[in-house]
Write a protein that binds this ligand. Structure first.
Ligand SMILES: [Zn+2]
Length: 221
């Protein structure tokens, strides 16, 4: 009898414990979830707010960087000063990111053995004649530039991401660079440059010879 009584007590204890555990388990989600959601809601708003703030700050920082970059070129002439020394078409392309008509540029079919293509705005040397190749694209194409002479920026102006190239000395717009098109060149890159952004000189020594020290430093960097 004592053993049976002991068994009875054990069963009661077990069922009581099970009931308690079930009660706790069934109650726990409700009790824990509510404050969890509340906390989540409380923290979600500032978190999203913070993310949005960070995103907008990041976007603004990029825009500021872009503007700062444009203002940080060694040649800091303002737009009025550029307008005074460039032709209207040069100004449109170099300062307003225009594009000359396909096959219309003077250097599209110009393939000298030696020489340098300088920036038409500031005269900094940008490309060597040997870096030019026949792409058939309708604009002068170079597989590489003089080291440091050309800077790259992300350009999303047409709703697609392209890489704009500008003169590292004055920020003048040159064109865009495309990669992985399969041209049999050392870099598989095509610097697609507007002829009007360039001035060619046969004398390699004169490449950028009339530009400022900053221009030469930018080209040699
Ligand atoms: Zn330039």
């Amino acid at each position: 009898m004592r053993f049976e009584h002991f068994q009875f007590i054990l069963r009661r204890s077990f069922s009581t414990l099970s009931a308690l555990r079930f009660k706790t388990a069934s109650a726990s989600p409700a009790r824990l979830r509510s404050p969890g959601i509340s906390l989540f809601k409380i923290w979600q708003r500032p978190l999203i707010f913070r993310i949005n703030v960070l995103k907008s700050a990041s976007t603004k920082a990029k825009e500021d960087d872009s503007n700062d970059n444009r203002m940080s070129f060694p040649d800091k002439r303002n737009e009025d000063e550029w307008r005074a020394v460039l032709s209207p078409e040069q100004f449109r392309v170099l300062r307003e990111k225009g594009t000359e008509r396909r096959f219309a540029g003077k250097y599209d079919k110009h393939f000298p053995d030696e020489g340098v293509f300088n920036c038409a705005a500031c005269n900094a040397p940008l490309y060597r004649a040997k870096q030019k190749f026949k792409s058939g694209c309708g604009w002068p194409a170079y597989y590489d530039s003089i080291p440091g002479a050309v800077s790259r920026h992300v350009d999303q102006s047409l709703g697609i991401e392209r890489t704009e190239i500008v003169c590292s000395n004055c920020g003048g717009h040159l064109g865009h660079v495309f990669k992985g098109e399969g041209y049999p060149t050392a870099t598989d890159e095509r610097h697609c440059v507007n002829s009007i952004s360039l001035n060619f000189t046969e004398d390699e020594q004169k490449g950028g010879g009339e530009t400022s020290d900053a221009g030469e430093a930018a080209a040699k960097a």
